[in-house]
Design a protein around this ligand. Structure first.
Ligand code: SAH
Length: 346
């Protein structure tokens, strides 16, 4: 019999399961509270349950609890990068960032990624598998336990493409924002996608209050195709239509991520074309100087170029921010730490 991934169950599903086991619904509330409010690391910590029930739960259910394989802390800004081991031995990365207004965690949604973006380290070996809702959630719980800190924002911007793991991401959002769990406001949750158009339409209809970020990285179809293979499947025009639809349905301002690659997408003409492309959208552009990875020869734009690019967008009435670079000294870019760890240990 396959074990149930208990930490991925909603409170209602858990209640049904516990009743099936011949226990009262009240027990389900206690178990849910241990898992999602107290961030228990095992059934044995659930001391208000009988030993018999804890043993029964352990026989029938998997208790997902990530193991910290390695942590790197930035000497510059206190950013902590975690490498977690999953129960099948796969490794994933998450990042803890301290900001003035609160702490953020960046979580991974898949082991590896199959989207193939040219500048990204996560995708070099393709995708291994999807993460379950509990594996995504436990990145946050493990970091809370390890740091003893509260987390006020979550971004799904680590390794993997969240909209390529749609059902589990939705379940994750539901659990994270559940009032019986961490109760995180959906406005404090951001999902970042490379632009899987059909799933952006689907997401727009889910009646969520989350923020959607779109990895754009180019202002026209030809350039985007060079950097992001997904553009071969969904054109930039189709992507923009999906963005407009998302805004119309949810009323949520969109964020466009734009990684500046020296000499590739960072010229004045690129900025002008980008401003024109986004002129009718309620959005903000987040400029990220590309974080060079050793497997590719992309270089980051100079500081002056980044600021000029930002100014040019703002002159054309497009809000643009420059992403504060955090954890540059600790393999901060997606997938770098995992790769290095695997290389060093193979
Ligand atoms: N698959 C999702 C989320 C993960 S990537 C997406 O594509 O949005 C998070 C962001 O980091 C994306 O905008 C991605 O394009 C960007 N990114 C990946 N590698 C990078 C690098 N080396 N330098 C700068 N940005 C990078």
């Amino acid at each position: 019999m396959e074990k149930i991934d208990i930490k991925s169950l909603t409170k209602e599903e858990l209640t049904n399961k516990i009743k099936e086991m011949g226990e009262s619904g009240f027990r389900a509330g206690q178990i849910y509270d241990w898992m999602h409010k107290k961030q228990a690391r095992s059934f044995d910590e659930m001391t208000n349950l009988s030993k018999a029930l804890r043993d029964k739960l352990a026989t029938e259910c998997d208790f997902v609890s990530l193991r910290i394989e390695r942590v790197q802390e930035s000497a510059i800004d206190g950013t902590r990068k975690y490498l977690f081991a999953l129960s099948d031995g796969n490794l994933i990365e998450s990042v803890f960032m301290k900001y003035k207004f609160g702490n953020s965690v960046c979580v991974s949604s898949q082991v590896g990624c199959r989207m193939g973006c040219r500048f990204c380290a996560s995708t070099l070996d393709g995708v291994e598998r999807n993460l379950s809702a509990s594996e995504i959630l436990d990145q946050i719980y493990s970091i809370m336990k390890d740091t003893g800190e509260k987390i006020s924002r979550v971004v799904v911007m680590g390794s993997g493409e969240p909209l390529d793991n749609y059902d589990n991401i939705l379940r994750f959002i539901q659990l994270l924002s559940d009032e019986n769990g961490l109760n995180m406001g959906q406005r404090n949750i951001t999902v970042s996608t490379c632009g899987i158009v059909p799933n952006m339409y689907k997401l727009a209809d889910e009646k969520l209050q989350i923020n959607l970020a779109i990895s754009l990285h180019a202002s026209n179809q030809a350039k985007r195709q060079e950097l992001m293979p997904i553009a071969n499947k969904y054109s930039i025009d189709e992507l923009m239509d999906a963005c407009r639809n998302y805004f119309e349905k949810t009323g949520r301002q969109l964020t466009f991520e734009y990684s500046l690659v020296g000499g590739v997408n960072d010229t004045d003409d690129d900025a002008d074309e980008l401003a024109a492309l986004l002129s009718d959208l309620n959005c903000v552009v987040n400029l990220i100087p590309v974080n060079p990875i050793k497997e590719r020869d992309f270089v980051e734009s100079t500081r002056k170029r980044v600021l000029d690019f930002q100014k040019r967008l703002e002159k054309r009435r497009i809000n643009a921010t420059v992403r504060r670079e955090m954890g540059r000294d600790i393999d901060g870019a997606c997938g770098q730490l995992r790769r290095r760890h695997i290389e060093e240990n193979s």
